[in-house]
Design a protein around this ligand. Structure first.
Ligand SMILES: Cc1ncc(COP(=O)(O)O)c(C=O)c1O
Length: 387
């Protein structure tokens, strides 16, 4: 069995979730149908929504189920932009930190190309944290013209937790709504939507052991979005037959994941992995915030002089699944925009590796990784210097 240390890409489905999902898939019925089968599906759906809302400190009426994190982010970013601009045509600016996930980057860039949105990029500090002073200045400079701020709850590459409560308070002081992408944070740290008072929060089931293709946008009662999808109007801001089985499985996965927070066992394993890497590999640098400032399951390094993709292939050949952390667009490796925004020099940014642990990770996984890494780094450095 391979050593799986790529939970941030997708997390294996626990047996309990798989059982809930397959049981639910057997049920016939469209939740919008009036007959008994439809009503049974409706009950499954709404029970799932309620459980998910509890896991997120939100109200069930605020939970809009979607086809995953990417759809949730697109609905929030585009929908909030369109709604703000419809209210006041001067509101055409979107404030976005530089280290966002591609779902956000590509959505805001689409808005700039097709809808005349003006993008204001907010700088990150050297640990990948959003600079609140820069956000404050941008909000003050564009008073009355900002449609929304959108930001990660935690960076999905380097794992840095963001100052989300302060960020929301700052934006609200300027009358600007906030969307938070909590896809990488949910199930790792408390994601309590009411406490943070965000207007919209995106989450995804497969990152917490639920099925791929299921997600949610938690949309505050006061928030307005212009829908992306038009049709039967089944949910506020979203049309399409609702996925009762997906909701049921997401709910079980979410409750299970949230019950494990704080992930002290996973954080201790991660700390042992980090200490082992730093002690055995010359030139290894831990990127992102240290200790409590990062996601408990995340370790991210750069290995100067090595190529991250070569490292990934060599580790894969040893049966270890990890990630470079950055996107690979149509098979072409891309230098991480997050590391570049943090000021990491390009030669070091090339040698990036993200290791993410989760509910099924154990000591044997860390041992296997630490045993395989030195030779893989040496191989990747030799390959880089030969090319
Ligand atoms: C931070 C973040 N946002 C959004 C997404 C997209 O979510 P999904 O795969 O459910 O579309 C991901 C998945 O990689 C992510 O890590």
């Amino acid at each position: 069995m391979a050593v799986y240390l790529d939970h941030a890409a997708t997390s294996p489905m626990p047996d309990e979730v798989l059982a809930a999902y397959t049981d639910a898939l057997r049920l016939v019925g469209n939740p919008s149908s009036i007959h008994g089968a439809g009503q049974a599906a409706r009950e499954l759906l709404e029970t799932g929504r309620e459980e998910l809302a509890r896991a997120l400190d939100a109200d069930p009426v605020e939970v809009v189920l979607t086809s995953g994190g990417t759809e949730s982010i697109n609905l929030a970013v585009k929908g909030m932009f369109w709604a703000a601009r419809a209210q006041d045509p001067r509101r055409s600016r979107v404030l976005v930190p530089r280290g966002e996930h591609h779902a956000t980057l590509d959505a805001v860039e689409w808005l700039a190309r097709h809808e005349g949105a003006q993008l204001e990029w907010i700088e990150l500090d050297a640990e990948g944290r959003i600079r609140l002073d820069a956000l404050d200045s941008a909000l003050a400079a564009a008073s009355g013209e900002v449609a929304l701020v959108t930001a990660l709850w935690a960076n999905n590459e380097v794992g840095t937790l963001q100052p989300v409560a302060e960020l929301v308070a700052l934006a609200h002081a300027h009358g600007v709504p906030v969307h938070l992408d909590a896809v990488s944070a949910f199930g790792q740290v408390p994601v309590r939507v009411h406490e943070v008072e965000a207007d919209a929060v995106s989450v995804s089931a497969h990152k917490v052991g639920g099925p791929v293709g299921v997600g949610a946008l938690v949309l505050a009662r006061t928030a307005t979005v212009e829908p992306l999808l038009h049709g039967g109007d089944q949910q506020r801001g979203r049309s399409g037959t609702q996925d009762a089985a997906g909701a049921a499985a997401f709910a079980v996965a979410a409750s299970r994941a949230v019950a494990e927070v704080p992930l002290t066992r996973v954080a201790a394993l991660r700390d042992r992995l980090v200490a082992g890497v730093l002690a055995t590999v010359d030139g290894a640098v831990l990127r992102g915030a240290p200790g409590e400032g990062r996601l408990p399951g995340n370790a991210h390094f750069t290995f100067a002089g090595a190529d991250g993709d070569a490292l990934l292939y060599l580790l894969d050949a040893s049966g270890i699944a990890v990630s470079t952390g950055s996107a690979c667009q149509a098979g072409v490796p891309e230098l991480s925009h997050v590391l570049i925004a943090m000021g990491v020099p390009e030669p070091e940014a090339r040698g990036a590796l993200r290791i993410t642990l989760g509910h099924d990770s154990g000591d044997a996984d860390v041992d296997a990784f630490l045993a395989a890494l030195p030779a893989a780094v040496a191989g990747a450095r030799a390959a880089a210097s030969a090319s």
